[in-house]
Design a protein around this ligand. Sequence first.
Ligand code: CP
Ligand code: NVA
Length: 317
Amino acid sequence: MTVRHFLTDLDLSPQELTEVLDLADHLKDQPYAVPALAGPQTVAVVFDKTSTRTRVSFAAGISALGGAPLIINPGEAQLGHKESIADTARVFERMVSAVVWRTFAQIGLEEMAQHSGVPVVNALSDDYHPCQLLADLQTVRAHFGDLAGRRLAYLGDAANNMANSYLLAGVNAGMDVRIAGPDGYLPADAVIAAAQDRAAITGSSVLVTTDPATALEDADVVATDTWISMGQEDEKEHRLSLFGDYRVDSAAMSRAAEGAIVLHCLPAYRGVEISAEVIDGPQSVVFDEAENRLHAQKALLVWLLVASGLADEATTA
Ligand code: CP
Ligand code: NVA
């Protein structure tokens, strides 16, 4: 059986994405229903960048599945200093059931997966944050009851990991995705092309624009993210001057559909990429979104292990 990894949002087919979201809903309802890691089995959770939600949700989720999370903080492993990614992967696969890794370069995750006999999960790279999008989609689906045909608008730094993942995961779920950011801060052509290919399969659409009003028109879901991602701290002043027209505030929300909801992966900077009245207001579902990291990632781990032939399907009933 081929080992299944989750490195980008497109590593699940549309059907597989629905399976993961269905299991996530089941685990939200019955948190201990699926003892997939009973044994216990260890899952390595490696951080090259800081984290609150990802760290806590994977630790709690792996424990709830009957496993043991092994959290490795930035700088604690030989990885990245004295040891190659390939050698690290060959050691991990003999000791753990899966590897969850937050890092900088997407290519590093690809190398880890290439040498790993156990699933490798992207817990955020410079290019994608696919685990976050599972939680976001679970949140949107719970709110509206469906995903296909819903319009999602993302405003802000449209070249970052969240913008890319909204684009890919959104079309994978059949949503019409509109991404708005300033010139030079839009998704790369290759990401847009990959999204368009998947949109052709799911019957959804992609629109990338510099005009926030166009993106917001009739949007059911409005999303944003920090303008200064981890690793970009040196560009702070310049970045703060770039994205002002793309702030999610009451004026922006007035352009969206009535009943629109607001997503933000957090951490959020109130008064910068999003106003306090919006993120703390009635349209915001950001703390449901944060909670769903737990349920969605448990579902993902179970799904990957079963699909890879590394867990007994019977335990996932
Ligand atoms: N949204 C998210 O991934 O949060 P952390 O950086 O706190 O893990
Ligand atoms: N774009 C942000 C997401 C944080 C969860 C970053 O990479 O820092």
